[in-house]
Design a protein around this ligand. Structure first.
Ligand code: BEZ
Length: 260
């Protein structure tokens, strides 16, 4: 999906984060991150902006590497959890960053797909970096959770509801994202798309209740168990194994670029 199309379909899809719900159903977001941290290769004493820092689990790792890290997020609940870890974090809309050229690197994990005004994000990152600064990010790429989105759309259509509420994330191809970066003053060092099947410790239901609340708001409370059951029946052949464990069809885009 292009940034423009994602913007259009995202109007009704504001995500509200709760720190506890996040911890229970989405801890995997900050697990499986060793590769992207290796691409960043944080250095002692350098200033890093962790964009979309969430509850700060990964920010803490960058601090432990000796970097001076500022975390930025637009969820007060998650920022409160990050502050409890003693981290320096601030409330920011990633689509309207107002930093000057003060960071040696901008890092982001599992956050940029929520920011559908991707060009505004990239421009803000470019402004925040010193010349020669690094931008290293991993987020959902083209084809991410395609099976889940297709099932959500199908069930919405079958019930006369709005299929657009199934999606609304920014999942670019590498070619799209490279073009966006190059148009905004970056040289792309590495970029790629890779499948990352992701176990869902609380099942499809836990995942949907954490991430797709606004989809279910289309139905009265009493109808939601039936909708969930339909979704599970549709997706089980693709995403549930014989022992009952669910695995989501995540696809990641990972990128490292340099501010010219
Ligand atoms: C993701 O990390 O790809 C993702 C997480 C929650 C909802 C949608 C996508």
């Amino acid at each position: 999906m292009t940034a423009k199309a994602a913007n259009a379909s995202n109007a009704a899809l504001k995500q509200v984060w709760g720190a506890e719900n996040y911890e229970k159903n989405a801890r995997f977001v900050s697990d499986m991150t060793s590769e992207v941290v290796a691409w960043l290769a944080p250095r002692a004493g350098e200033r890093i902006l962790d964009l979309g820092c969430g509850d700060g689990v990964l920010t803490e790792k960058l601090v432990q590497a000796g970097a001076i890290v500022t975390g930025a997020d637009n969820s007060e609940a998650l920022l409160a959890a990050a502050r409890k870890r003693g981290l320096d974090v601030e409330f920011k809309d990633g689509q309207a960053l107002d930093y000057g050229p003060e960071f040696d690197a901008v890092f982001s994990n599992a956050a940029l797909h929520w920011m559908t005004r991707a060009e505004d994000v990239v421009k803000g990152v470019a402004r925040a970096l010193k010349p020669g600064g690094r931008f290293v990010a991993e987020f959902g790429g083209h084809g991410n959770i395609a099976a889940i989105v297709t099932a959500l759309r199908a069930v919405a259509v079958a019930h006369g509801k709005d299929p657009a509420r199934a999606a609304g994330w920014f999942y670019p191809t590498p070619a799209e994202y490279r073009a966006l970066l190059e148009a905004n003053g970056f040289l792309v060092d590495r970029i790629g798309l890779f499948p990352r099947p992701t176990p869902l410790p609380t099942g499809l239901r836990g995942w949907l209740s954490t991430f797709r609340e606004s989809y279910f708001e289309q139905w009265p409370e009493r109808k939601r168990p039936e909708i969930l059951a339909e979704l599970e029946a549709l997706l089980a052949p693709a995403l549930r194994d014989q022992t009952g464990n669910w695995t989501a069809d995540y696809v990641r885009l990972r990128v490292a670029a340099t501010r010219s």
